[in-house]
Design a binder for this molecule. Structure first.
Ligand SMILES: Cc1cc2nc3c(=O)[nH]c(=O)nc-3n(C[C@H](O)[C@H](O)[C@H](O)COP(=O)(O)OP(=O)(O)OC[C@H]3O[C@@H](n4cnc5c(N)ncnc54)[C@H](O)[C@@H]3O)c2cc1C
Length: 486
């Protein structure tokens, strides 16, 4: 196997695949994926891709993104996302991708929470991510090394030379002139989450272990409507578009209680609806449901085929029968700090893009369906940036291939304890006392004899907790029960 390449891409979601597709075929590019290529959040994305419908909609898309981000977005990053979004979508369509259209071939746009207009494109009804992922995979001219987990970055004197990987029970180094992290978010740190099983914050942990800055790690988004009763680790998401198109959040008495918390009701931003459900459950001890009675069976089956299939399989007669719901961890606004071309601060030849990266585009709360667009827009920028310097010669030093023990016997028990701790103490409603308890327990776990992979999770958890402790007033998705004056 060739172990030296021009570009190494870590991750096969929309960010990794789109970056690869924007690079010339003449380069030697290797993409690594922890599991099968489709075991990523991109594959599970349902609702769609947000994009300004025309020139006049760009400032409104900017305004909605800034509004959802609670004043915490980087305005320049938002401007890039919204103004370069239409070009990125046009490029995807020109390559041959089909979004859903009406009978005359006009693109169908739907609405999701906190968007002031219908601007969400979708494909396969509610299978947008799966359709985009398959399409990008079909276009890919470069090889993917599956079942390959990156366990470290090869960084020497501020320059990145590649990554150490675990593949087929072997540890070895993969060298590259440029390394792109496109490894997604942090879902598996939480007990209830909607993310793919591969998404466990390894790369964010590796960055921390090299002193690379993460930013806004207290900003974790919880999706209000997940079906959490099933046994699977990844909880079934019930797309935001359901509420955008008429689904109601009700308690067991049929009361639409979200209006008691926010005048926008079910269409308030995600964090608001999540907290309303969480608080209502705590206050009343009542079960909460998604009521789908606004849909006819025929329309529901056609518009939301995946949700129809999944829920019917579990035994729910949808849309007639309402579905019990709970919020679940969904998306990380925080991530590896980069500039607007994906360059990681203070490490040469290292880039980050997609959900793992922090450009500041999502602020304190991501606007629904902006993340697939982020993957498309910022990957094009990373590829352009790389093309400008890839021809420069690079002398590779001799680097160690040895690795710490990755897993130890008791890790699974501690991992589950950590997930529980993060859900209850660093989740939807936070308070300084519980955050402090969580921090202390994480510190205790860090000095136990544990494997490296658990240590990486603990490092990222500690970062989330300490960032949350530092932010003393509520903002966006970061909500603290007791306000503490600084
Ligand atoms: C259920 C669900 C529904 C969603 N719906 C929408 C939606 O409708 N619209 C929208 O805009 N967003 C949606 N999102 C969010 C969006 O899907 C993600 O933010 C986006 O797909 C992230 O893309 P990515 O390429 O950055 O990461 P991912 O698609 O998550 O890919 C990460 C890749 O990195 C790999 N990886 C991770 N760690 C390692 C490692 N150590 N070594 C090697 N490989 C590694 C993984 O195997 C995977 O291939 C949804 C998310 C979920 C979970």
């Amino acid at each position: 196997m060739k172990t030296s390449h021009d570009v190494l891409i870590i991750g096969t979601g929309i960010a990794g695949l789109s970056t690869a597709l924007a690079l010339p075929k003449s380069l030697s590019v290797l993409i690594v994926s922890k599991d099968y290529a489709w075991e990523c959040n991109t594959f599970y994305a349902q609702g769609g891709v947000a994009v300004a419908k025309d020139e006049a909609d760009i400032p409104l898309h900017v305004q909605d993104t800034l509004g959802a981000g609670a004043g915490h977005c980087d305005a320049e990053a938002v401007d890039v996302l919204c103004s370069e979004g239409p070009k990125a979508i046009k490029h995807l369509i020109d390559m041959g991708f089909n979004f859903d259209t009406d009978e005359e071939g006009n693109l169908l746009y739907t609405k999701e929470a906190a968007h002031s207009t219908n601007r969400i494109l979708h494909a396969g009804g509610d299978a947008t991510g799966r359709y985009i992922h398959l399409f990008l995979m079909q276009q890919l001219p470069f090889p993917i090394l599956y079942n390959t987990q990156v366990t470290d970055l090869l960084i020497d004197e501020g320059v990145c030379y590649g990554a150490r990987v675990f593949h087929n029970d072997t540890i070895f180094n993969l060298y590259a002139k440029k390394v792109i992290i496109a490894s997604g978010g942090v879902g598996s740190l939480y007990e209830y989450h909607t993310n793919a099983r591969t998404i466990s914050a390894d790369m964010q942990g590796i960055c921390l272990s090299h002193g690379i800055a993460l930013a806004d790690m207290e900003m974790m988004q919880f999706h209000p409507t997940a079906f959490v009763l099933g046994n699977s680790v990844r909880k079934q998401l019930l797309s935001e578009s359901l509420r955008g198109e008429g689904a109601m959040v009700v308690d067991e008495d049929g009361k639409r209680f979200v209006f008691d918390y926010d005048a926008r009701g079910e269409l308030a931003p995600r964090d608001v609806v999540s907290r309303a459900i969480f608080k209502h459950k705590q206050k009343t001890n009542k079960e909460v449901y998604l009521d789908l009675s606004a849909f006819s069976k025929e329309h529901f089956k056609q518009r939301f085929p995946s949700i129809y299939f999944n829920m019917t399989n579990i035994g729910y007669n949808v849309p007639e029968q309402r579905i019990p719901i709970s919020p679940a961890f969904h998306y990380s606004m925080g991530g590896i700090k980069t500039d607007l071309n994906g360059k990681v601060s203070h490490v040469k030849d290292l880039y980050a893009v997609g959900e793992c990266a922090h450009t500041g585009v999502h602020g304190a709360n991501r606007l629904a369906s902006n993340s697939l667009l982020e993957g498309l827009v910022f990957s094009a920028r990373v590829a352009k940036e790389i093309m400008q310097s890839i021809s420069q010669p690079k002398v590779q030093p001799l680097l160690s291939e040895t690795e710490e023990v990755l897993m130890r016997e008791n890790d699974k028990v501690l991992k589950n304890e950590l997930r529980h701790l993060m859900w209850y103490y660093a989740g939807i409603l936070r308070d300084p006392k519980n955050l402090e308890k969580a921090r202390q327990r994480v510190e205790e776990m860090l000095i136990l004899p544990i494997g490296k992979l658990l240590r990486l999770r603990l490092l990222v958890s500690r970062e989330i907790i300490t960032s949350a402790l530092k932010r003393k007033t509520s903002l966006g998705a970061h909500y603290i029960k007791e306000e503490v004056t600084a």
